[in-house]
Write a protein that binds this ligand. Structure first.
Ligand SMILES: C[S@@+](CC[C@H](N)C(=O)[O-])C[C@H]1O[C@@H](n2cnc3c(N)ncnc32)[C@H](O)[C@@H]1O
Length: 394
């Protein structure tokens, strides 16, 4: 909530600035319709997903060097190769299993997994993608058509969660893209952060929290066994439990792999973490002012993995493992994959070792990113959790 301290950021180009103006106008119209303010979660929803306008719905680059941030599949194909080994383990235990990926971004993870599964002779009949952004669907299809012409017939795009899925479900950095409410604990109750229009800009105001938000905050306090201090500010995704239980509810037999930056609930709502976990990404600058650059910067919030686990368990899923990304990759066959690169030219080996560092070093993506695996049915624990499993910390 430090929107008064304007971060130093690159200037958006003329087209992006004009696009952001249109998104801002769309949000101002929603604020007017709502009588003067909208909740922060509504603001985040519009900034990211306003039809044809929001950050994920319109045509900016987003991923990789040209965009605003990098995700593990954008860092290196080795992430997908290791994950493919884990998928192969699951697919070998179910008959006719397939893979379903939520929020496939640029399509690189799908490409890397399919290529690796082909090499392992473990290709599923189908690889389905559920992507909310029509623009990204087109980009995924173009990438997969160009780079996997022999496998594209196995890939399809679906528009709603399937009633029944057997095999593997994957979501990399989708949970952090779900809108969050921002709340303030006061001495007497809970307040909800609202966004208001202030001329051409946006500002915040505080409103009494609706019942579902205050109930959710009080439930967190109950579970932590202590109240949050007056003035404490944080986030909660009220949509996450429903999203997870819909995804989990589809799974008839198999395993879900969820990757995201996140922590346990105790860490999430630690007293010293007042201020919350929301981050904004614009052209590889990370800052904490969500009210600027609407529609052209990414807004994301770290994940409370206890909330994920609770929602999954409520649909009858079992937690098959929870670990940091570095441990997952090291336990899951990173070393085997690295051996294959020993015959590559030195320049490429050096590049790969830089990518592996980014994926595994604690100060990079190794520790903040977690993998949570959820299973339904008799499926063995993925070998990626052999090295370490932090399920008991949840
Ligand atoms: C941060 S990006 C991650 C993209 C990709 N998985 C990666 O790792 O590079 C979030 C992705 O999730 C998609 N997304 C957001 N909400 C979604 C939802 N409810 N269902 C499916 N996809 C969603 C976005 O459109 C985008 O493709």
């Amino acid at each position: 909530m430090q929107h008064d301290d304007r971060p130093t950021l690159p200037e958006p180009d003329v087209l992006s600035a004009a696009h952001s103006q249109r998104v801002a106008e769309f949000i101002r119209a929603r604020i007017r319709e709502a009588g003067g303010s909208i909740s922060f979660a509504e603001y985040m929803q519009h900034s990211l997903y306003a039809p044809g306008l929001g950050y994920y719905m319109a045509g900016s680059s987003k991923f990789g060097a040209e965009g605003d941030f990098v995700t593990a599949p954008e860092v290196s194909p080795i992430f997908g190769r290791v994950l493919a080994r884990q998928c192969a383990e699951v697919l070998s235990q179910v008959r006719g299993g397939s893979i379903l990926e939520y929020g496939a971004g640029s399509g690189k993870l799908a490409r890397d997994i399919l290529q690796a599964l082909e090499r392992l002779d473990a290709l599923p009949e189908r690889y389905e993608i559920l992507e909310v952004s029509g623009d990204l669907q087109q980009r995924q299809a173009a990438l997969l058509r160009a780079e996997l012409p022999g496998l594209i017939s196995r890939v399809s795009w679906i528009h709603a969660p399937p009633e029944s899925h057997t095999g593997v479900i994957i979501a990399n950095e989708v949970l952090d893209a779900l809108p969050v409410e921002r709340f303030i604990r006061t001495a007497t109750g809970v307040e909800q952060v609202h966004v208001v229009a202030e001329g051409e800009a946006f500002g915040i105001t505080r409103m009494p929290a609706p019942q579902n938000l205050s109930k959710a905050v009080l439930a967190i306090e109950d579970e932590l066994g202590e109240g949050l201090p007056a003035g404490y500010v944080s986030e909660i995704s009220l949509g996450l439990p429903g999203w997870v239980s819909t995804l989990a509810g589809s799974l008839k037999r198999g395993l879900v792999f969820l990757f995201d930056y996140g922590v346990t609930r105790r860490e999430y709502y630690a007293h010293e973490r007042s201020g919350g976990w929301l981050r904004c990404h614009f052209r590889h600058h990370v800052h904490d002012d969500p009210l600027i650059l609407p529609g052209i910067q990414d807004l994301t919030a770290w994940v409370d993995f206890n909330a994920v686990a609770e929602a999954a368990v409520s649909t009858g899923l079992e937690i098959a493992g929870y670990s940091a990304q570095a441990q997952f990759l090291l336990g899951g066959g990173l070393d085997v994959e690295m051996r294959e690169f020993a015959s590559w030219p030195l320049k490429m080996q050096l590049e790969l070792s830089g990518q592996v560092k980014t994926l595994t070093l604690p100060a990079e993506m190794g520790e903040h990113f977690k993998c949570m695996a959820l299973r339904r049915g008799e499926i063995s624990t993925p070998s990626a959790f052999n090295l370490a499993d932090r399920t008991r910390t949840l």
